[in-house]
Design a protein around this ligand. Structure first.
Ligand code: ATR
Length: 283
């Protein structure tokens, strides 16, 4: 009898994570023998927890808040997109060491261009926030070749630092990449992506509705109740509101492909997760 290969999502907190359910569906769909669980890591002991997990024979893990930077540091080798992000959401335990990857950005781009059917090439994109969430997606967003990306952040210096780190990548792809504050981020963007926790903290959306072009896509990287205020605001101002559930499923599929060499079909899994998340929300 063969035992399933072990994986987990490592974070703190982690009990709310939907990743085990998503990966169970991928495994069943592709016939892969995968056992994917949750790994709650103490805030001051991520490294020993991950090491013990790997030593027990596990093959890899996803990493969520607040350990994405630590995971990147721990790895012995890194994909170029993890290097750009300086953060990892995926580790693969190889015989020669640990590989760090970041699949968040490619997940976001696939959700926008494939699932939502909204093109990024040649478009104007506003990315709100310059923390870990935004850092994780900027490289792949640039790779999708929009005409312009504005990174707008409350602390402008953090946006400027993120833009500086991606300057060569943007130049290689012919993308105009700019850092701005929240007072004058620009107007009428084709795609608006919220990578901040501002709406969660009850502060409202920290930019004016003039950032939205009528009918544009406005996407919050969160989902469930955490995204509701943003979605209400976007729809009230004539945008197509979208939450981060599709991105969650797509980043998971990319991690699964990295580990297993097989790409799952995300459409039925996203439909299942959508029914689950919408069904558990108060109406
Ligand atoms: P994460 O890793 O989840 O991105 P983070 O690194 O703490 O978390 O970054 C949170 C982002 O949300 C930052 O861009 C932060 O702006 P600052 O860099 O100026 O701190 C932004 N943010 C959080 N609360 C905000 C608020 N009330 N208004 C505007 N921006 C906010």
């Amino acid at each position: 009898m063969t035992t399933a290969d072990r994986y987990a999502v490592a974070g703190n907190p982690v009990e709310h994570s939907r990743s085990p359910l998503i990966h169970a569906q991928f495994a069943q769909q592709t016939g892969q023998s995968v056992d994917y669980g949750r790994l709650l890591c103490p805030l001051d002991a991520f490294k020993p927890h991950i090491r013990a997990f790997a030593e027990q024979g596990a093959k890899g893990c996803n990493v969520t808040v607040p350990f994405k930077f630590e995971a990147f540091e721990l790895a012995t080798h890194r994909t170029p997109r993890a290097e750009l992000a300086q953060a990892a959401n995926t580790l693969r335990f190889d015989a020669e060491g640990w590989l760090a990857d970041n699949t968040d950005g490619v997940g976001l781009v696939r959700d926008i261009t494939v699932n939502a059917g909204v093109p990024l090439a040649g478009q104007r994109v506003l990315l709100l926030g310059a923390g870990g969430a935004s850092a994780g997606v900027l490289g792949p967003l640039i790779e999708a070749c929009p005409a312009e990306i504005v990174v707008a952040n409350r602390t402008v210096a953090k946006a400027a630092e993120l833009v500086q780190r991606h300057a060569d990548w943007a130049a290689q792809h012919g993308v105009t990449l700019l850092a701005r504050g929240l007072d004058l981020p620009g107007t009428a963007f084709d795609v608006f992506i919220n990578g901040t926790a501002a709406s969660l903290s009850g502060c409202g959306i920290p930019v004016g509705a003039e950032v939205l072009k009528p009918g544009c896509l406005a996407l919050d990287m969160m989902y469930g109740p955490a995204a509701q205020a943003f979605l209400d605001w976007a729809r009230a101002h004539g945008a197509i509101g979208r939450d981060g559930l599709g991105m969650l499923v797509e980043q998971a599929a990319e991690s699964f492909a990295l580990w297993r060499g097989v790409r799952p079909d995300t459409a039925p899994v996203l439909a299942h997760m959508r029914a689950l998340v919408d069904g558990s929300q108060p109406h």
